[in-house]
Design a protein around this ligand. Structure first.
Ligand SMILES: NC(=O)c1ccc[n+]([C@@H]2O[C@H](COP(=O)([O-])OP(=O)(O)OC[C@H]3O[C@@H](n4cnc5c(N)ncnc54)[C@H](O)[C@@H]3O)[C@@H](O)[C@H]2O)c1
Length: 329
């Protein structure tokens, strides 16, 4: 575990052992950046070769947050609960890391002279779309505790920028997919559908598969976009992070069928309709920074199917919006 001061110009990735964090860390290292990873897991969870640049911290604790943030030049703050379902089951746990943890990281960053902080937020801060595609100026009226805790994090980030001169940029991710999602905690449709289908099981769609649309964004594109925000994002601004391509759940199932060469048995559960809506970003602002996505849905799904293999671990996170709701998976 790292104990010495960080070299100047060090980039700190919080939540660096997670799905997005691992992918971002790999990209940053590939580009020659000096990266320190922090996460709540014990160092034993980190490959031996990477332990020298790993710092364990529970960011819900302000002292631990300060100890790991001190000395960093740039912070990508990704640590958090990414699950709406977990936020319904354990809302205070969700607020503890997403809201309080973000406040601890911002306070530490402001106190220790961090130059810039990029905060990974979520499209769930918008709530139900009033217009499609949604621009960043869309009202923020989240309906899940998860969206509320991430929005609280956004307000903290922005206010620390205004008050303490920390440069802060916010990215709002839509629906992510790619290698490295943990099926025991992640609820994204691409991973779930592929895992069921590759095991020869029906694919269970929550909601109306034609009316429900998403912007499925490959995690490699997401982390490229985060780097663009770090380099060129305007302080105080929020940016939608997506491809701008709208895809229905049915179209997703058809794409999986093409990628695997087998028809998908799609079963719709229209009894759960809380998030049956078109959920796609207006990405004009991100594009204006020079970002273009590099991975098409067809290519991303084919590659992921190959990566998962013939019988991947099945997803185990149901989609729920209220306590006690019958689960669709
Ligand atoms: N995965 C998605 O589809 C998605 C979509 C939109 C936004 N996001 C946001 O992206 C971020 C990363 O998501 P992810 O999919 O990589 O999730 P993940 O669960 O794979 O990774 C999150 C990481 O944060 C760490 N963490 C949790 N609590 C912590 C604590 N108290 N102290 C320190 N570290 C802690 C976890 O150990 C984990 O490694 C989250 O903030 C999430 O809100 C994710």
């Amino acid at each position: 575990m790292l104990t010495e001061p960080m070299p100047s110009g060090t980039v700190l990735v919080t939540g660096g052992l997670g799905f997005v964090g691992r992918t971002l860390t790999a990209l940053l290292r590939e580009r020659g950046e000096t990266v320190v990873v922090t996460d709540v897991a014990a160092p034993a969870a980190v490959p031996a070769a990477d332990r020298g640049s790993y710092r364990q911290a529970d960011l819900r604790d302000p002292e631990q947050a300060r100890a790991v943030v001190a000395g960093a030049d740039l912070v990508y703050h990704l640590a958090g609960n990414p699950s709406g379902t977990l936020s319904v089951r354990r809302p205070l746990l969700d607020f503890g890391i997403n809201a309080q943890g973000t406040a601890n990281v911002c306070a530490a960053a402001a106190e220790t002279g961090v130059r810039r902080l990029v905060y990974l937020s979520t499209a769930m801060v918008y709530g139900r779309p009033l217009v499609v595609p949604m621009p960043e100026t869309h009202p923020t009226t989240p309906f899940l505790p998860y969206g509320a805790s991430k929005l609280a994090g956004e307000h903290v980030v922005r206010s620390f920028g205004e008050t303490f001169g920390l440069e802060t940029v916010i990215g709002r991710a839509f629906t992510l997919y790619g290698p490295g999602e943990d099926p025991r905690t992640a609820g994204g449709e691409v991973s779930q559908y592929l895992r069921w289908h590759l095991n020869g099981l029906p694919v269970r769609a929550v909601g109306d598969a034609d009316r429900k649309t998403r912007d499925f964004t490959h995690v490699h594109d997401l982390v490229r976009a985060l780097r663009v925000l770090a380099a060129d994002g305007v302080p105080g601004e929020a940016y939608n992070l997506g491809t701008g391509v709208e895809c229905s759940l049915r179209r997703l199932a058809e794409t999986i069928a093409v990628a695997t060469g087998r028809p998908v048995d799609l079963v719709e559960d229209t009894g759960i309709s809380e998030d049956t809506y078109r959920h796609v970003p207006d990405v004009t602002k991100l594009r204006a920074l020079g970002f273009t996505p590099a991975t098409s849905l067809n290519a991303g799904i084919s590659a992921l199917a190959g990566h998962l293999g013939p019988a991947p671990e099945l997803p185990s996170v149901p989609t729920i919006f209220k306590p006690g709701q019958p689960v669709a998976s």
